[in-house]
Design a protein around this ligand. Structure first.
Ligand code: ZN
Ligand code: ZN
Length: 160
């Protein structure tokens, strides 16, 4: 591990705590309608991490949902307070998606892009230097090279 400062976070009641033992791969905000309902807010902020870098303590339960693309994903909640802490998308092989705002210092990880801004609330103004996509983006063209390399190396090392 190159990064010796691990990231920590957890749910609102304190029952679930987690550690991320390497840098985040990518952080994005999603304004799609599903994410609005899921969060009860205007958008969600999610961070992709390698699946072997998320260490969760405490009891979580999960439920399976369908993404806009039709692919399934599981969301994981604290069994006591219901805080949605992370998700496992079938389409994101080798990765888990942490809900960025459950990190202890989440303000340090602003979204690198905003997606599904076609569904953005009309009264929500994003600053002009923010990168927006009407829907989804091409990961290879959008993620920083370091993240792509780290992800590809992980896939290579763990493919059977
Ligand atoms: Zn909790
Ligand atoms: Zn969404």
């Amino acid at each position: 591990m190159k990064n010796n400062q691990s990231l920590t976070g957890g749910c609102i009641c304190g029952q679930v705590k987690y550690q991320i033992t390497d840098k985040l791969l990518f952080t994005q905000a999603c304004h799609c309608k599903d994410c609005k309902v899921l969060t009860g807010s205007s958008y969600i902020v999610n961070s992709s991490v390698l699946e072997n870098t998320l260490i969760v303590e405490g009891e979580v339960s999960s439920t399976e949902l369908k993404a806009g693309s039709g692919a399934s994903y599981k969301t994981y909640f604290c069994t006591k307070c219901g805080t949605y802490v992370y998700a496992d998308y079938d389409s994101a092989v080798g990765r888990l998606t942490v809900r960025t705002k459950t990190l202890d210092n989440s303000e340090k990880f602003p979204p690198q892009v905003h997606i599904f801004t076609k569904d953005k609330d009309p009264w929500l103004n994003l600053s002009e230097d923010v990168i927006c996509f009407k829907e989804m983006y091409d990961q290879k063209k959008t993620w920083p090279e370091e993240s792509l390399n780290r992800y590809n190396e992980y896939l290579k090392a763990n493919s059977k």
